[in-house]
Write a protein of this length. Structure first.
Length: 397
């Protein structure tokens, strides 16, 4: 399953989500086909039914029994695979399969021994690991003893398959359950992070505005009491109120600026989405190493990437764009370098616009630099910011 890199919400996908019910007809079809492909072992019973070696009554009974077996098996595995053990909803279908498989194999012959493979799969996929640990060998044992009635050699050949595929399904079921638990844990962590961010915002706003608003309230009350007899003192209190309110506004703006500071990892993820949506083939690094990068420098690179991608999408006419993030050793020390290059026209060519000018100022404020201009096959923007020497774990030329 994929997610929107900017919002973290589930996005469109063309893959069946492991451990979750299908949401669309396509996912339902894929899941049915994935489970149904294992019905290949039914070829022997079907060939046996169509061979004509049974009586009409035996053929009809065998067909009905096989149909019932397949329906029960598919419904059991489809509904319960990877889910928590649900008691009667699992035990009753397993008992039906456990009755049908030996009865059909004993009465109709060795071609029907393959039904025990499905019984073993159902036990491994739906039972708890401890219960499956004895149910699967028991299935193999029953299959072997039933096979002695018709073909001991074929029963011996199937015995290992029945046991091994059953325990393999125990592992698959455990993997799906683990995936479900991890998905729930990730959702819980995201919710806790959101709650923590809201609490932090509430604390910061309280710290920023609590004192200022209390002071404004107090001075407003003083001004109201002084106004009839001491208008000069009241005017001074009003002036103080104005000064406190202006300072509170500055504090709030600074706080909001901090909350809105862009993150480079988020911008890289958004870059992939934006370029792909614009029909531009993109090469974007997945997880940047920002060790030792100051927050101000990271924010400056994030703004540079956003401006560069905006120019690629709106003005360049490019159909290919490459984003690189490298650590380099320069004469001035280690730097983190962001390079964005496309194969477009490079814009109007009338000189740097307001966006590039603002980026240059922002990067210079963070101690970095900006280079932008036409490349051999398009336009190239390079932004650099300094990092701490201890973070220089690899350098380029």
């Amino acid at each position: 399953m994929t997610e929107d890199p900017r919002t973290g919400e589930p996005g469109p996908t063309h893959q069946v989500r492991m451990g979750q019910p299908p949401r669309t007809r396509r996912e339902l079809l894929v899941k049915v086909l994935w489970i149904g492909v294992w019905l290949v072992f039914l070829s022997s019973p079907i060939d046996d039914l169509t061979s004509g070696r049974h009586t009409t009554g035996g053929t009809v009974a065998g067909a009905l029994g096989l149909t019932a077996f397949v329906v029960v098996y598919l419904s059991l595995v489809f509904r319960n695979m990877g889910r928590a053990f649900s008691g009667r909803l699992v035990i009753v279908p397993l008992v039906l399969l456990g009755v049908l498989a030996p009865v059909l194999a004993y009465t109709l012959g060795s071609p029907w021994l393959g039904l025990f493979v499905y019984l073993s799969v159902a036990c491994g996929a739906t039972l708890p690991a401890r219960a499956a640990g004895w149910a699967i060998p028991a299935t193999g044992a029953v299959m072997y003893f039933v096979g002695l009635h018709s073909s001991e050699q074929e029963a011996r050949g199937l015995l290992a398959l029945v046991v091994l595929i059953g325990f393999a399904m125990v592992g698959v079921g455990q993997l799906i359950r683990t995936t479900i638990e991890l998905r729930k844990a990730r959702a819980t962590v995201a919710q806790l992070a959101a709650n923590e961010e809201r609490l932090r915002l509430a604390r910061d706003l309280h710290d920023l505005l609590g004192h200022s608003l209390s002071l404004i309230t107090l001075k407003s009350e003083l001004a109201g009491r002084m106004l009839p007899d001491h208008p000069e003192k009241a005017a001074q209190q009003v002036a103080d109120i104005e000064q406190v309110s202006r300072q509170a506004l500055v504090d709030v703006r600074e706080a909001v600026t901090g909350y809105r500071r862009p993150r480079l990892a988020d911008e890289l993820a958004g870059t992939q989405v934006a370029l792909t949506a614009a029909g531009v083939a993109a090469e974007v690094p997945a997880e940047p190493d920002l060790t030792g990068t100051p927050e101000e420098a990271e924010a400056a690179l994030a703004w540079a990437l956003r401006e560069a991608v905006t120019n690629v999408v709106r003005h360049s006419g490019a159909d290919r764009c490459t984003v690189e993030l490298l650590r380099r050793q320069t004469l001035d020390g280690p730097v983190l370098e962001l390079a964005v290059e496309d194969n477009g026209s490079g814009g109007s060519g009338t000189g740097p616009g307001n966006g590039l000018t603002g980026l240059t100022e922002r990067l210079e404020k963070a101690g970095g630099s900006l280079e932008a201009g036409r490349a051999k096959h398009g336009f190239r923007l390079v932004a650099r910011v300094p990092v701490t020497p201890s973070a220089d774990i690899g350098s380029g030329a």
